[in-house]
Design a protein around this ligand. Sequence first.
Ligand SMILES: *Cc1c(COP(=O)(O)O)cnc(C)c1O
Length: 330
Amino acid sequence: MTRAIALVDIRTARERIANKIERTPTVLSQSLSDRAGHPIHLKLEHHQTTGAFKLRGASNAIAALSPQERSRGVVAASTGNHGRALAHAAKLEGMRAVICMSRLVPENKLDAIRRLGAEIRIVGNSQDDAQQEVDRLVAEEGLVMLPPFDHPDIIAGQGTLGLEIMEQVPGTASVLVPLSGGGLAAGVAAAVKGVSPATKVIGISMARGAAMKASLDAGRPVQVEELPTLADSLGGGIGLDNQLTFGMCRGLLDDVILLSEDEIAAGIRHAYAEEREIVEGAGAVGIGALLSGKAKANGPAVLILSGRNIDMGLHRRIVCGDPALTERVA
Ligand SMILES: *Cc1c(COP(=O)(O)O)cnc(C)c1O
């Protein structure tokens, strides 16, 4: 039996974090609805405090700590948004937070975490290198590790987003979820299917280094090469000793779609030009999947815009259609 997070855990999380996070709006996209021939809704989670949904899981995990654990502080490896969320949530509680990250993490994300008052350690070229530093700090300084996705309280916290979607768009036929380590997809799928078993939940990753998709195809967690992508928040592996998200994604996701860099760029551009929303690559994959025709709506659908933490110079080049961008990382 695969261990999994259930609806009751997600409802508990929601009560715990109710006054620590924003309940973000879900709006109808007229332009996407016209194209798809069905109502297409956008869950504007990029307006969450810290600019991404990760504050939900981080707040829930911190709220679940014992007083003794709180006094020791928390540590994590992060490509940015989890680190930012953890720094914010820890600061609210007056706790120490140490964030370890690889050299691939963009400067704007690093600065934001530093400004939130967390200590930063930059180590190696991959999430795995950063994770080794986390393990050292846990062993030598007694810090409590809160990983970005493979943790029951993190998954339950991300799942609160799924509860909101089912209240905001009760009859939704499908939910499109950005997919990396699978904390968001596992939590949202558990909530959505717990409330409405017939609703489809579809994960979307970039084609360049889609670790969960490769693992689902292989039937076990596998490693893939980490490559630069416009959806940088979707980079990184799922962990060869994955405990929860692999099994939950295998059991709960109806499909996984992979996007090219051009299709991700088109999602960012559409969000800006048509919806007047600034989203990062990871947050634009739902729109990109629909625009590309790789995802098809068969009824009302909800796309999760998961984050907005993109370098604004890069964003400007994408919305201006600089072809060098997607060629360089094609
Ligand atoms: C972390 C993140 C994701 C992917 O979440 P997982 O739980 O790792 O699958 C998607 N979008 C944004 C903006 C993120 O920060």
